[in-house]
Design a protein around this ligand. Structure first.
Ligand code: UN1
Length: 507
């Protein structure tokens, strides 16, 4: 088949494929590319990082508060140029960052290449967006006045990021906040401090001043909470669980002082609806990638497959066959499809959920593992009786399947009722139906006849609604605005004298 596109990777062979291409069409399995990647994994050393305490948080906030004006006053084009320099430097160091990601985040090599490219794309995209969207605008107004709209940073922005995209999401948040003029206190996930440290060093080398970006390591309960509670915090950008987003929202609401905005991108209970006209091979390919790639550790991953009863038996048999072919194992190998989970704690939680499902649901298929692998959950699919049986997001390679009859609109209604709204897949050859059901879905990213992961920066702006977050979408044209404060400047140009400097655009 022609191959699916996911995060710039075309997958022309079986399932995830052994030949992998990046978005520039470069086959990363070719020897010239492979050698530096393998060498980088062998050489990868996760840097040791210091843990922050309350005093370190407070000192960092004082530094960033003092540093804000200097950075915010730099011309927009300068700040954008710093991001572009960072993008070039990161691209040149792709093998090194891949090596670090494989070792620290246990992601497969194919996922790591895609992730470094995504981080590069975030830097370039937000630089380009800032130049055009954040520029000063003259507004039409009555004669005798001049009206100007200006955007600037809000102050110190706190960015709290997850371990599942420890480079791409971390970088996307930080550079968006920076290019808008904010100074940034960044708190990466505890599981992946090293890659964040290396990226912050790179950003400083690219020209971000030391007092405009400070990295703070440690638990969310202490370091994250102290950052959110700090009176100097002017905004919070968070990606992670719905529960933690609620917690941050409550903490912000309880503070005295300015009203502090929260940008939250949280979980999903993502479904795919397959009708009787869908192409089975295409569905299986999309399901396997969406549910099991990255070991299901994506908020965009498929959790619930809703198959029309008329084609369910054949489709599930084909899915079971595909799942048996997946290669589970060492993330450093290019031919591994599914690597280990992030850590033993995550594994224990998911294993308990799988144990529960073995008692409650029908096992459809399970990928065999060559041997017992540490912290690894092999891909597994269970059939439920109805959508209501689905409890909460399981952040691993665990797929639920239900059969449906009747009207597809009823399925979408039930999916909407789950309350999440991140990704949704539609598999149908009836175009008008796809259009209608997409419109009905209260969901941020709807994908028709393809997989539901790997949103491309600037091409598929990513983010949800409801329990899945606040918006605006990352990698989309509205994202930067939320990091800005706005000033409308109205000058009475008919006034006698006095406004010469303002009229001359003095600043
Ligand atoms: C996440 O998993 O936290 O579309 C979000 C995708 C990615 C998802 C990132 N951009 O698969």
């Amino acid at each position: 088949h022609a191959g699916e596109q996911a995060e710039g990777l075309t997958l022309p062979l079986d399932l995830f494929g052994t030949a992998r291409r990046n978005s520039a069409g470069v086959d990363i399995t070719c020897l010239a590319q492979r050698a530096p990647l393998e060498a980088a994994i062998a050489l990868a050393q996760v840097p040791a990082v210091p843990l922050a305490d309350a005093a370190a948080v407070s000192a960092a906030m004082a530094t960033l508060h003092a540093g804000f004006d200097g950075w915010n006053d730099r011309p927009l084009a300068d700040r954008a140029a710093v991001l572009e320099r960072a993008a070039d430097a990161l691209e040149a160091r792709l093998p090194e960052f891949c090596g670090l990601l494989v070792v620290e985040a246990r992601k497969t090599l194919g996922d790591c290449v895609a992730e470094v490219r995504e981080a590069v794309d975030f830097c370039r995209y937000y630089a380009q967006q800032a130049r055009t969207r954040l520029a000063e605008q003259e507004l039409p107004g009555p004669t005798g006045e001049r009206n100007t709209l200006r955007l600037h940073g809000r102050g110190v922005f706190v960015c709290i990021s997850p371990w599942n995209f420890p480079l791409a999401i971390f970088t996307g948040q930080v550079v968006a906040a920076l290019v808008a003029g904010n100074s940034v206190a960044a708190k990466p996930a505890e599981q992946t401090p090293g890659v964040a440290q290396r990226m912050v060093d790179l950003l400083h080398e690219a020209g971000v001043p030391a007092d405009a970006l400070v990295l703070l390591h440690g638990p969310g309960e202490t370091v994250g909470a102290a950052l959110v509670a700090d009176p100097r915090t002017a905004g919070v950008c968070f990606t992670g669980s719905t529960a933690v987003a609620r917690h941050i929202n409550r903490a912000l609401a309880a503070k005295d002082g300015p009203i502090v905005p929260l940008i939250a991108e949280t979980g999903g209970l993502n479904a795919m609806l397959v009708d009787s006209t869908a192409l089975p091979e295409q569905v299986v390919d999309a399901v396997v990638q969406s549910a099991f790639r990255s070991a299901g550790q994506r908020c965009s991953a498929l959790r619930l497959l809703c198959v029309h009863e008329s084609i369910a038996d054949g489709l599930l048999e084909m899915l079971a066959g595909a799942m048996r072919e997946l290669r589970v194992g060492d993330p450093a190998r290019l031919d591994t499809d599914v690597g280990p989970l992030i850590d033993a704690e995550a594994h224990a939680g998911i294993a308990a959920q799988v144990q529960r499902l073995r008692g409650e649901a029908r096992l459809i298929a399970e990928t065999p593992a060559p041997q017992a692998l540490p912290d690894t959950q092999t891909p597994v699919a269970f059939e439920l009786q109805h959508i209501g049986q689905l409890s909460s997001e399981i952040f691993g390679p665990v797929l639920h399947v239900v059969r449906w009859g009747g009207a597809p609109e009823d399925v979408v209604r039930q999916v909407n009722a789950l309350g999440y709204g991140l990704t949704f897949g539609l598999q149908t050859r009836i175009d008008s139906r796809a259009e209608r059901l997409a419109h009905q879905a209260r969901i941020g990213n709807v994908y028709v006849n393809r997989n539901t992961i790997g949103a491309v920066v600037g091409v598929q702006p990513f983010g949800g609604e409801g329990l899945s977050g606040t918006g605006p979408k990352a990698g989309g044209p509205h994202y930067l605005y939320r990091f800005c404060a706005e000033q409308t400047l109205t000058v009475n140009t008919a006034a006698a004298g006095g406004n010469a400097a303002l009229l001359a655009g003095g600043h």
